[in-house]
Structure formats: C-alpha cells, structure tokens
Design a protein around this ligand. Structure first.
Ligand code: UDX
Length: 434
C-alpha cells in the first residue's frame, strides 16, 4: 500500500499499517522529510513513533520517496495530506488533496482503492473522485476512512481505535479496506459502514462535539468566576452522569492544536456555503469562548501585577498540550505573545517545544533550564500541563522567583500545597484565591 503525505497523520498511519504487517511506501513532496524518515528520524515529537519507524525499516516493511511512481500499482493508497485553514473565512484549503489526487491518478490502476483520510469539508470526496477519474481515464475506486488519532498517543490510537469508520460507494472498496484493518477488526473494534458524505462528516462532527464540550465547561468557568462557584467541582459533579461523562470537561485556557480550532471554523464555512450556516453557528460561540479564556489570563496578569509593562512573566509550556511539540494555535504561546505585546518581558520554557520554536517570535526569552527560567519572575503561568510542572515542589520553586504568584491555566496544581508554600495561586474558574 501507499500513504501520501507524511505529516502527523500520514507518518503515524504508515507506521501503524507496517505494524499490522503491510508493506508501505510513504510519499511526500518534501525531500528532507523523506530522507530523514528513510534514515529512521521523525521530524516531530511523538512518543513511540521513531522506535516504530526503525523497526519497520529494519523489517523492510516501509520505504519513503518523493516520487509517485511505483514498480507496481499499489492495492490501496491512503491520502493523508494537510488541509490547513485558508484566509480569514476559516475554510479549509483543499489544494493539497486535489493536487495529490491528480498526480496519483497517473500512478494507480483500475483495481487500486484510493482512501481519503485527511479531514475535509463534506462533498470533497465526490469532487475528488470526478477529477481523478477524468485524469486516469477510468472510474477510480474511492473510499473515505477518517482518522481520530490524538497527538501524544497517535500510534496507540491508530492501532487500538474506538471505532473504524468506512464510507464507500462500492462493496469492492469497502472489502479491501476491511481486509487492511482485519487484525484490528478481529479484536472486536466496532466498524461503522456508512455512505461517503457521512464518513466525511463524522470527523468534523466528532471534533466539533469535543470542542463544544471544552468550551461548555469554560463557559461555566466564566460563570463560576462571577459567582464564587468552582468549575472544577462542577465538572466533577455533572460528569458522574454517564450521559455527560467526565472526559473533555477540564476547564482552563482552552483547546488549541492543528485540528479542533481549524476544524470547527472549516465546518462553519462549509455549512454556510451549503446554505445551512445557522445549524452550526453555535460553533462561532465555541470558538469565541475558547479565545476569551486566553484574554482572561492576560487580564488577570494585568490586575495582579498592576501593570504589565516591564514585568517579568514566565510561561511554563508552549505546546498546545503535553507530550507534543506542536504549537499550532497553542493557547500558551498565544498568551505569551499577548503578554509580550502588552509590554511584559516574557520568558518561555517547554520540555520539547523550544526547538520547534526556532527563531520565531524573537521577543520571547527562551530558557531551557527550569530553575534558570524561574529566576526573578514576577508571575508564573502554567500554560501546558507537562508532568514536570505538575511535579514541581512549590517550596523550592518559590525560592527562585521574585514574587510567588502563579496562574494555573490548566487546573492541575495542588492548590493547598502551593498556598501552604506561600504562593498566591489563581486557578481559572475556581474561587480558591488566597
Ligand atoms: C483532536 C481529537 O481529540 C482527535 O480525535 C482528532 O483526531 C484530532 O484532534 P488533538 O488535537 O491531538 O486531537 O488534541 P486533544 O487531545 O483532543 O486536545 C485538544 C485541545 O483541547 C488541547 O489543547 C487540550 O489541552 C484541550 N483540552 C482537552 C482542554 O482544554 N480540556 C479538556 O478537557 C480536554
């Protein structure tokens, strides 16, 4: 089989397929990425992925190339290229999907099953099938098979998914895909076979629901902050109701990353194009609540420090979530930049993301050693809940800073322990300030 696009999704999927015993050719137009993967290196931080890559290389189950040419046509080709947000309207840029599809049309046979995995606006698959069939000169077998992996647990999510969703127009394609996933399906993983538009929608609907859940609890945090209630206890109490569930109900500085923010905006844009914008207009509020939490931290910082100009602030964590170096739409990075804009001197620390930051945003002061980062700070903000921040000793850490003031943007610190060590701790959505 063949996997086109070696970003987060494609690299993980290629290695998950190799783990199932398939022979995989990974294709990407970026020759640096291809060379590094052939040398056993992954260009982003994802636990376990590089080990899987080296195993697959040594078993000769994977190889990577820039060319779409194959010695014999692949039985199955997965399209895993990116669909970034384009312009201010929030719609997704489909040019990579269509470009990959058209180039692929010249390399596949009438028996090849092409499978879309990228997150796309509903209706893309039908347009892609038409365009590909025209270039190939025969009807292309196309199926849609969304991927639900999370960064940080990507390989495990691919190998032990909650469900497999297959959308196809014909039995031949769906049989082929069921064959690909046989080892996973044999373990009892639920299979949902649907029409193609439903398969395209499942992914955006799932991400919209998750984003809504996070923004719901963040909206409750806003209410808690003006009423003296506690959003963390509230989440616990409502989460015991199995219909609500306690997952994805952690309030804080909100969601970021390469999927949730972009997908809800693209969903709104597509629904508006289809004349059904009203149906998902609430997602604009979901987005707005999410952004307001970031602004709230900046307001709190200004209130606590009197003014932000020349105040020293340390941001703990830059990635959008722990165990990832991904800073796309990261709430922590966004807040650090807003504080910098407001005149604060912002130092940033992150266990892995500083390398990825490179020379972007030069005003942010980088510090790799946590104890050095803490020296002389007027305010500390916990922006990403890395385990090393959760394990901080508040007494020892308190000796390094100039002012024992911390905003816990993820509600992970032990409030009583930090307060007992003399810190003023501000927890979002909680009435616990001392
Ligand atoms: C998400 C979906 O979970 C995954 O199924 C899809 O395939 C891709 O998008 P990911 O972007 O890796 O995965 O991140 P996820 O673990 O879902 O977290 C998203 C963001 O929400 C993070 O910034 C996280 O900090 C935030 N979050 C999550 C909260 O603020 N509160 C919560 O309770 C849960």
């Amino acid at each position: 089989m063949c996997v086109v696009g070696l970003g987060y999704l494609g690299a993980t999927h290629a290695l998950a397929m190799a783990k199932l015993g398939h022979e995989v050719v990974g294709i990407d137009i970026d020759s640096t990425k291809v060379e590094s993967m052939n040398a056993g290196k992954i260009s982003f931080h994802e636990p376990g992925l590089e080990v899987a890559l080296r195993e697959a290389l040594s078993e000769k189950l994977v190889r990577f190339q820039t060319s779409f040419e194959m010695t014999e046509p692949a039985e199955v080709v997965f399209i895993c290229v990116g669909t970034p947000q384009t312009g201010s309207g929030g719609s997704a840029d489909m040019s990579f999907v269509f470009a990959a599809g058209e180039t692929l049309s010249k390399a596949v046979s009438p028996e090849t099953v092409v499978v879309g995995k990228s997150t796309v606006p509903v209706g893309t698959a039908a347009a892609l099938r038409n365009r590909m069939s025209k270039v190939a000169g025969f009807p292309i077998h196309l199926a849609w098979n969304p991927e639900f992996l999370r960064e940080g647990t990507a390989l495990e999510d691919s190998l032990k998914p909650d469900r497999i969703v297959i959308g196809s127009w014909d039995d031949y394609s769906s049989h082929k895909l069921k064959d690909v996933y046989k080892p996973i399906l044999d373990e009892g993983t639920p299979l949902v076979e649907v029409d193609v538009p439903t398969a395209e929608l499942v992914k955006v609907a799932a991400n919209a629901f998750l984003a809504t859940k996070v923004s719901f609890i963040n909206a409750m945090a806003e209410i808690a902050e003006v009423t003296g209630a506690d959003a963390v206890e509230l989440a616990k109490a409502i989460g015991y109701d199995e219909r609500i569930g306690n997952e994805f109900l952690r309030n804080g500085i909100g969601f970021g990353g390469g999927c949730l923010p972009k997908d809800i905006r693209a969903f709104v844009a597509r629904a508006e194009e289809l004349g059904a914008g009203e149906a998902v207009s609430f997602l604009k509020d979901v987005d707005a609540i999410n952004r307001r939490r970031r602004a709230r931290v900046v307001t709190l910082a200004a209130q606590e420090l009197g003014e932000l100009k020349n105040k020293k602030v340390l941001m703990l964590g830059l990635s959008f979530k722990p165990d990832s170096d991904d800073m796309r739409d990261s709430p922590a990075l966004d807040i650090a930049l807003q504080l910098d804009q407001a005149g604060a001197q912002v130092t940033v620390h992150d266990p892995v993301a500083l390398g990825e930051l490179g020379d972007k945003h030069p005003a942010l002061i980088r510090e790799q050693i946590l104890s050095a980062a803490a020296k002389g700070q007027d305010l500390v903000i916990l922006g990403t809940e890395w385990s090393e921040y959760r394990a901080l000793d508040p007494t020892a850490f308190g000796k390094l800073v100039a002012n024992k003031l911390i905003i816990d943007g993820r509600n992970v610190l032990d409030v009583a322990a930090w307060q007992a060590a003399g810190w003023r701790l501000i927890a979002l959505g909680r009435n616990v300030h001392n």
